[in-house]
Design a protein. Structure first.
Length: 544
């Protein structure tokens, strides 16, 4: 599954002279509300690292139970057991004769007695084909030349609900259905690709259509994965119109009338593919109401009453008629596995809670797509609060490149924990690296403690400034940096202030001063900061 990119088919617009195509979708969805975040600005998507948000998954046993409860998987398992000790098949491994109807009866698709509907047989054979594809049923030829089917070697483990076996089986089934869904979407029922005399160009067109459908489905699934990760509990359902708009509308833009046709096309293309995946329990899907197309035709024919109704605000039920999708925990599990197979970092919330304090802080530094507060909360939940804070403070020491950010994270922990952190903070008030942080926090928390001495206070200022510079993997928080620069306690004599600051024995002193020189709006202050940065850089070179 590739990293998500925008699916942006050509669309006519008023700017290029084309007539905007009227679509079935409401165009007033607020895309920003869906993510709870802003779009990515002017950067090209290919130049931006794909950061997969962390998710929470239920325990393995719940995923196993959900997988085995999928009706199609249940049918596959029952058919596999039914083949024991063996059952006759044709040379293609398909059921023959009365066994076809017997399979339909076994699966509850037909009554125990009486005629069996042809559709029931088709469904039974579809489950049989999947059982063979998943190797829960194996076919072969006996020494006498008879074609038979027997249970596959994994059947017993599946029936015993072995987590690894069951989830691997379900994931393989989901992958097969995902592939078949894209193939089905690419087939033109009125085309000639299925004819024996179809030319190579026609087959190439089908192949291109299949690839496009697979890419569209993958992108839609990743959008669902992201929106589910960011959504508040109970708000994971996404209207198909919103999903299609997220794939069509370029980052940083609002949908316009010229995009409505493309949004509709994508929505209609996704609808049956999502329905196929819903059958495997990967998502919950409400299909587009087919009556909408009839209503659209009626409006095109000039039905004024219908047109008046269309001008009224859409109710929730009306909006749902355009189709919805909601990723299930099984769906999150599947998409995460596909992302991992493609080499993407797709973390689980709580992954970092297993290690010690040093591993936690290092993990937060190494993984830009984590939720630090949530990870720290889960880590502390498994420990006595004061002991946990003590361990994190010890892990925050160090004058290496990541030290400022580690201390920044621990400062947030102190604030979140409150009173249970007081004793641990008191223990480090005289520490050369943690003392300024500890005294600062204790005083803010109402604890009587001496203010840090001047050298400690300056070291703390450089350290906290460096942490903001290093935020976001080194890109820094531009707005906060400007605020920190503006709030520097520079007196009427900036040369004196920076004369103290460049002597601070911190590995980021020169970098902080250079940033102040670049961002401070007072030219005199900026000049003195740059001069101090040069001195600090020279001193670092001498010390090395």
């Amino acid at each position: 599954m590739p990293g998500r990119s925008r699916f942006t088919p050509d669309h006519p617009s008023s700017e290029d002279g084309g007539e905007p195509r009227e679509g079935l979708l409401p165009a007033d969805f607020d895309l920003a509300d869906l993510y709870g975040a802003q779009n990515g600005g002017d950067e090209e998507l290919d130049d931006v690292a794909v950061l997969v948000p962390p998710i929470s998954l239920p325990p393995e046993e719940e995923l196993v139970a959900a997988a085995l409860a999928v009706p199609l998987i249940d049918r596959v398992v029952r058919l596999a057991r039914w083949t024991a000790p063996h059952r006759s098949v044709d040379e293609h491994g398909d059921l023959t004769g009365d066994d076809r109807e017997a399979a339909a009866r076994l699966l509850g698709l037909a009554p125990e007695e009486g005629p069996v509907d042809g559709d029931a047989v088709v469904e039974a054979l579809r489950a049989w084909a999947l059982a063979c594809d998943l190797d829960l049923v194996e076919t072969g030829t006996t020494a006498e030349g008879t074609h038979v089917a027997i249970p596959g070697p994994d059947l017993e483990a599946v029936e015993q609900r072995d987590p690894e076996t069951v989830l691997e089986l379900w994931l393989e089934a989901a992958s097969l259905v995902r592939e078949l869904a894209a193939e089905a979407d690419s087939v033109d029922p009125d085309g000639d690709a299925g004819r024996e005399d179809a030319d190579e160009d026609g087959l190439a067109d089908v192949e291109d259509a299949r690839d496009s459908a697979a890419e569209l489905l993958d992108e839609a699934l990743q959008v669902l994965y992201e929106t589910t990760a960011f959504a508040e509990p109970g708000a994971e359902t996404v209207p198909l119109g919103v999903l299609a708009a997220l794939l069509v509308v370029p980052d940083g833009e609002e949908p316009d009338e010229g995009m409505l046709g493309d949004i509709t096309d994508v929505m209609v293309a996704l609808d049956p593919m999502l329905g196929d995946l819903a059958e495997l329990g990967l998502l919950e899907h409400r299909p587009i109401d087919p009556d909408l197309f009839e209503e659209e035709d009626a409006q095109d024919g000039g039905a004024p009453a219908e047109e008046e109704e269309r001008d009224e605000p859409l109710t929730d039920e009306d909006a749902a008629r355009f189709g919805t999708a909601r990723l299930t925990p099984l769906g999150q599990y599947a998409i995460r596995q596909w992302l991992l197979e493609e080499g993407y970092d797709a973390p689980l919330i709580g992954d970092l809670a297993e290690g010690d304090g040093a591993a936690l802080l290092q993990g937060l530094l190494d993984s830009p797509n984590t939720m630090p507060e949530r990870e720290v909360q889960l880590w502390l939940a498994r420990r006595e609060p004061t002991a946990g804070v003590r361990e994190l403070l010890a892990a925050a020491r160090g004058r290496d490149a990541g030290g400022p950010v580690r201390r920044y994270l621990v400062a947030s922990v102190l604030t979140d924990i409150g009173d249970p952190a007081v004793d641990a903070a008191r223990e480090v008030v005289d520490d050369p690296e943690l003392g300024g942080l500890a005294r600062e926090w204790l005083r803010e928390h109402g604890v009587e403690v001496d203010a840090p001495e001047r050298p400690v206070a300056l070291w703390r200022m450089v350290d906290s400034f460096a942490a903001v510079m290093l935020a976001g993997g080194g890109g820094g928080d531009a707005a906060r940096l400007r605020r920190l620069v503006a709030e520097l306690p520079v007196t009427d004599n900036p040369a004196s202030y920076f004369g103290e600051l460049w002597r601070v024995p911190h590995p980021y002193t020169a970098d902080v001063l250079e940033t102040v020189g670049e961002l401070h709006i007072d030219r005199t202050v900026a000049k003195e900061a740059r001069k101090a940065a040069f001195k600090a850089r020279s001193r670092q070179g001498t010390d090395q």
